[in-house]
Design a protein around this ligand. Sequence first.
Ligand code: 2HA
Ligand code: ZN
Length: 276
Amino acid sequence: MNTLKMDVLSAQFIQDMMKTTANLYRLGWDERNGGNISYLLREEEVTPYLDINDVKRTVKISFNAKEIAGSYFIVTGSGKYFKNVIDEPEGNLGIIRIGQDGTSVDILWGFVGGAVPTSELSSHLMSHIERLKVDTEHRIVMHCHATHLIGMTFTHELDEALFTKTLWEMCTECIVVFPDGVGLIPWMVPGTDQIGQSTADKMKTTRLVIWPHHGIFGTGTTMDETFGLIETAEKAAEVYTIVCAQGGKKQTITDQQLKDLADAFGVVPRSGVLEL
Ligand code: 2HA
Ligand code: ZN
């Protein structure tokens, strides 16, 4: 039976993907094919638009995602440019469902012209698996090449507690927005299951994971919230860059003041960062 479906381009989740990729491009954090986003969808969000039995193609994936078999995602395409998503969503985005055995994904919409999901699918799916254990509402994983954060990975110690503390000091709101701080993995080859595993491992305790000399992964409940999280960390890194260029700190937000902020906003700062 052929039931009438609504135009998928009008779906909020596609509109979110189009607007967010455009914003990330505009900010200069996703040059060329840089960056990727995945958004976990509920089946009832997909069915008004698509016949879920109409699988366009099936592609193999490099690891077993059995834990989230049957889950639906909208994801950006491998090698695709964020710059182009807004004009051509169907060629640059795809709606996928993880196959029952966990080793393949069904493409239900998009990726026209033979495109496939992001080269960082392992990092995305492995991160989703970990974040869902922490919070079942965490549906977004976003990766981008945030400029000042990348810069900081050349000039700042690559120590999670020190890096977190510096970011918290740079803007008053940081500790409130990311009290769990940032995770940092060693430099690794992107697009591999290994970097996916390292990223996901950090995602057990934090929503932001920095890939030195490459970029950042963020996760959260909505596109706005996840974008805002990355934006806040990147803003702190930009301020850090300016502070260094102006000759370094003469004063700062003290550890006691950071603790007062956390208390006032009811958040628990990651342990091992503040010295009180
Ligand atoms: O493919 O950002 O990490 C785009 C990337 C890879
Ligand atoms: Zn990247």
